[in-house]
Design a protein around this ligand. Structure first.
Ligand SMILES: *[C@@H]1O[C@H](CO)[C@@H](O)[C@H](O)[C@H]1NC(C)=O
Ligand SMILES: *[C@@H]1O[C@H](CO)[C@@H](O)[C@H](O)[C@H]1NC(C)=O
Ligand SMILES: *[C@@H]1O[C@H](CO)[C@@H](O)[C@H](O)[C@H]1NC(C)=O
Ligand SMILES: *[C@@H]1O[C@H](CO)[C@@H](O)[C@H](O)[C@H]1NC(C)=O
Ligand SMILES: *[C@@H]1O[C@H](CO)[C@@H](O)[C@H](O)[C@H]1NC(C)=O
Ligand SMILES: *[C@@H]1O[C@H](CO)[C@@H](O)[C@H](O)[C@H]1NC(C)=O
Ligand SMILES: CC(=O)N[C@H]1CO[C@H](CO)[C@@H](O)[C@@H]1O
Length: 559
């Protein structure tokens, strides 16, 4: 420990001297040859970036500069995607430190020196310079008690926090919201169709991962908020079992449903990130009930993972377009996915209907539970702040703040506070609440996903990501792993999604979801990987030209 610190100091000195120009380590004379070895940041995987960092082809400082430049090209300029809220003013310093440490003692983990973008409801210590606001002006310049549990794990693993991503304000718990809109960030839009709905609430995370504005992004899901932006942005995403990843330091909706997970470009990257952010956290007691030890999810990456497995297709309600509102083209691509999964050696059980499928059509227990939890937990969030200059200290204050600052928080088309008002009207965790919560667990779990898996001896369920797919997993707290499935055809019927957005639209992506029981991430990752490797759907279509940032490492290294 002691010698390590001395070595670190020595290298920091070297770095400082280099920075101040006192002496310079000669650069490679083969720069033009090396330039071709830079990975394309649009698609670069964690392991490609790690290989380049290890080979000293580029540094983490170069990576941070390149990602910042890419963000600046498309965020408020060009197609004005509005995916990024803040760039970390300490990121370059953090990168330089991690570059120096790598030289001395090697990498701490596969995330050492890798830039990670966080949804703006995930807290970062205020002294670093970034705000944690869930997109709301009511939390601007508030002082959080410290890093979120997942951020502590990322930093320990050597990751660089690159910035904060836009989102649907308060993770889509404000009322009648357009996906991807927040007071602070404005309307985030799709990189696949100008003015397309990026889906939320982890919209900025999804859009940023899609076009390489960061190496890795994190989002949160209460019901659909990782799965849907993963689907709309041609990504791999994991909505972990509630209690696998810590929610400490995450602006809450509900302890019963909130969960933090990765939105990235490949199942391999998702597995690597999940392996690092998962694990117990004394500040989130739900995480203390998870199986130990945390699996190395990268060991699940097996192209033959579907061989001999039984995959069920819950058609009733969940594949009925008149219920889900899905465009028929999703169904066409989904049937092809079933055939692919069969060709990969799985037994398809079709249909494998939920015994309680029709209960999902009218059940409102979820809203009841979320309203009660949100009021209690958001009030606790405000109480936990060291300081909030806006003076907002409660949900009631928040509603008043929005109404008193309409130019900031209620511009035309974005004025609804109906979720906040409904939550404010609740009176705590009474007998009705506990009945509703128990009913949720039956609906999604013992009477839903688990009942279906058991009845047909299944290893997983398969559905398109869009539709009612996320609800059973949301109310049960169960995992979903999503991968690219296809793209809307040019003649798709375009619809309005929000005041400034449309969905579906020509060329926009949609995803395929694997669902399972609690803590079945390892199996689901294997199945999703097998499908991803066979189909390579993500690579079939890129973002529209103006949404593809041009800056690459070759523009940064040595400049
Ligand atoms: C956080 O918000 C404050 C107040 O608007 C601002 O001065 C500061 O620059 C913000 N931090 C970043 C990194 O944008
Ligand atoms: C976690 O702690 C809260 C109170 O702090 C309690 O209401 C809840 O039941 C606990 N949950 C678990 C899973 O232990
Ligand atoms: C699909 O849902 C509609 C509306 O609920 C219903 O009328 C129809 O019977 C369903 N179709 C099937 C095949 O279940
Ligand atoms: C809650 O679930 C139970 C059991 O499925 C159902 O009878 C009840 O109507 C639901 N309550 C609400 C408010 O939807
Ligand atoms: C529990 O509180 C809700 C409002 O949050 C109310 O509608 C319901 O009647 C209450 N139930 C009981 C048993 O008091
Ligand atoms: C789009 O084109 C396909 C293939 O030609 C056709 O089957 C489908 O009905 C068309 N959809 C619409 C909405 O026109
Ligand atoms: C990093 C960045 O570009 N942040 C911008 C996010 O959007 C708001 C609203 O347009 C801007 O004020 C920020 O500068």
């Amino acid at each position: 420990m002691f010698t390590m610190e001395l070595k670190c100091l020595g290298w920091l000195l070297v770095v400082l001297l280099q920075l101040t120009g006192t002496f310079a380590i000669p650069r490679s004379p083969h720069k033009s040859i090396r330039a071709s070895k830079f990975p394309d940041l649009y698609e670069a995987s964690i392991s490609e970036l790690q290989a380049g960092l290890d080979a000293r082809t580029f540094t983490s400082v170069d990576l941070v500069k390149a990602y910042f430049a890419r963000q600046n090209e498309v965020n408020l300029a060009g197609p004005t995607l509005r995916a990024i809220l803040e760039q970390n003013p300490s990121a370059l310093e953090e990168a330089a430190f991690l570059d120096a440490e790598r030289k001395v003692s090697g990498k701490r983990s596969i995330l050492h020196g890798i830039p990670v973008l966080l949804k703006d409801n995930i807290a970062t210590t205020a002294s670093e310079g970034m705000n944690t606001t869930a997109g709301s002006f009511a939390l601007l310049s508030s002082i959080v008690p410290g890093d979120a549990g997942v951020v502590k794990r990322l930093r320990k693993a050597g990751a660089i926090i690159l910035g904060k991503a836009n989102l649907s304000e308060f993770a889509h718990f404000r009322g009648n919201q357009a996906s991807g809109w927040s007071g602070r960030g404005g309307q985030n839009t799709s990189p696949y169709f100008l003015g397309g709905d990026p889906c939320g609430s982890s919209s900025g995370s999804g859009v940023s991962a899609a076009i390489g504005l960061a190496a890795v992004t994190l989002g949160t899901e209460t019901d659909g908020s990782i799965t849907c932006p993963t689907s709309h942005n041609n990504l791999a995403g994991i909505k972990p079992t509630v209690g696998l990843t810590s929610r400490a330091g995450v602006v809450p909706i509900s302890q019963n449903q909130d969960t933090v997970g990765p939105l990235v470009r490949s199942v391999s990257d998702a597995a690597a990130v999940l392996s690092i952010i998962a694990g117990p956290d004394p500040n989130d007691n739900f995480t203390l009930a998870q199986p130990s030890p945390v699996p190395d999810f990268t060991k699940a990456l097996n192209k033959n993972a579907l061989r001999g497995k039984r995959i069920g297709i819950p058609r009733q309600v969940f594949l009925n377009d008149s219920v889900t509102g899905n465009d028929p083209s999703i169904g066409v691509a989904f049937e092809a996915a079933i055939a692919t999964i069969k060709s990969l050696g799985a037994t398809i059980v079709d249909p494998a209907d939920f015994p309680n499928a029709n209960d999902f059509l009218r059940n409102n227990n979820e809203t009841f539970v979320l309203d009660v939890d949100f009021k209690i937990q958001l009030n606790a969030w405000f109480a936990s702040l060291r300081f909030n200059p806006t003076g907002v200290e409660s949900l009631a204050d928040l509603i008043a703040f929005n109404n008193n600052n309409p130019a900031l928080e209620e511009p035309p088309g974005f004025a609804s506070n109906s979720d906040l008002i409904a939550a404010q009207a609740t009176t705590g965790r009474n007998a009705t609440y506990f009945t509703a919560l128990a009913d949720d667990h039956v609906l999604g779990g013992s009477g839903g996903i688990d009942a279906t898996l058991k009845a047909h001896k299944l290893d997983a369920l398969l559905l398109p990501a869009a539709g009612l797919t996320t609800k059973p997993a949301a109310v049960a707290g169960y995992p979903i792993v999503t991968v690219p499935l296809g793209f809307f055809p040019d003649n798709v019927t375009q619809r309005r999604a929000g005041p400034e957005t449309v969905y579906p639209a020509a060329g926009m992506p949609f995803g395929l979801s694997f669902l399972g029981t609690a803590f079945s991430e390892f199996e689901l990752i294997g199945f999703a990987f097998a499908h991803e490797q066979k189909t390579q759907t993500r690579l079939a279509r890129k973002a529209f030209a103006a949404a593809i940032p041009q800056t690459q490492l070759s523009d940064i290294v040595g400049k």
